[in-house]
Write a protein that binds this ligand. Structure first.
Ligand code: CIR
Length: 262
């Protein structure tokens, strides 16, 4: 069974961290409604959704992806690059401990889950403002014990690796070429990977969430969605406009994993 850990939207979301998008007013009621629809999409794709209670004092706490990396055998609590986000970890660690042995990135390392994309036994990690060399090295050591290899990937112009690239099918990546070099995935390409580039008019469209055989995708990127459809990939579209104003998107609002550890 697939588990999806989520957390309801904080009423203080408007005080979120922002790096590459300008601050604009956020409609909190609409954000909460959009988040419920997102949770419904996760359920429709077969997840048992666990909604952690609101953290009123933690504006970004809806973005649970950033505080943990859940692998088949183990979960690694990150140490988010934004100090304001570090207190989000405790409640997520509590729930994850039911499903996986826990390890943790320690100071001076920083790492955001949004920077980590797994393809097979390889973890691609964005060298972003949030994830530093120590955090990446610690991830390499911790995950290496379970047979994963880590490849650090330069990114530019966006918050996280998964702002620039996500996996949308066994053999397909969705990628924003202005923010990441497709050559970083040459090793995966050898195994017949396809890369679909986002439509240039939709610069933020590379973040899609693969859940089982399905994909959740923001409804505001129809041109990129059409490219996916042409490639035979059908997405469930959700409106996440208010979460996007907080520099979030669809991967960042959940931690999705198989219930039983390998
Ligand atoms: C932040 O800057 O940390 C939040 N406002 C947005 C985090 C989005 N997380 C993600 O894409 N994994």
């Amino acid at each position: 069974m697939l588990i999806a850990i989520t957390r309801d939207v904080s009423p203080t979301l408007a005080g979120c961290e922002l790096s590459y998008v300008p601050r604009t007013p956020i409609d909190i009621d609409l954000a909460a409604a959009q988040h419920r629809a997102y949770q419904d999409a996760l359920s429709a794709l077969g997840c048992r959704v666990i909604a952690l209670p609101v953290e009123v004092d933690l504006p970004d706490s809806v973005f649970v992806e950033d505080v943990a990396i859940v692998l088949d055998e183990v979960a690694i609590m990150t140490r988010p690059g934004a100090e304001s986000r570090r207190a989000e970890s405790a409640s997520v660690a509590n729930i994850l401990a039911r499903y996986r042995p826990l390890h943790a990135i320690e100071a001076p390392g920083t790492l955001d889950g949004g920077d980590v994309m797994r393809i097979g036994r390889t973890l691609y990690v964005g060298q972003s403002r949030r994830s530093n060399a120590s955090g990446i090295a610690q991830l390499r050591d911790l995950s290496g014990k379970f047979g994963y290899s880590v490849r650090a990937v330069p990114i530019a112009g966006c918050l996280h690796l998964k702002s620039a690239v996500t996996q949308i099918a066994d053999d397909t990546l969705l990628l924003q070429p202005e923010w990441i070099d497709r050559a970083a995935f040459a090793a995966a390409l050898v195994a017949d990977f396809r890369i679909i580039e986002i439509d240039p008019d939709e610069p933020h469209a590379a973040n899609a969430l693969r859940v089982g055989e399905g994909v959740i995708f923001p409804s505001c990127f129809p041109r990129t969605q059409q490219r996916m459809e042409k490639a035979g990939i059908h997405a469930i579209c959700v409106d996440v406009s208010e979460l996007q104003k907080a520099e979030g998107a669809v991967t960042c609002c959940s931690l999705v994993f198989q219930e039983s550890a390998a």
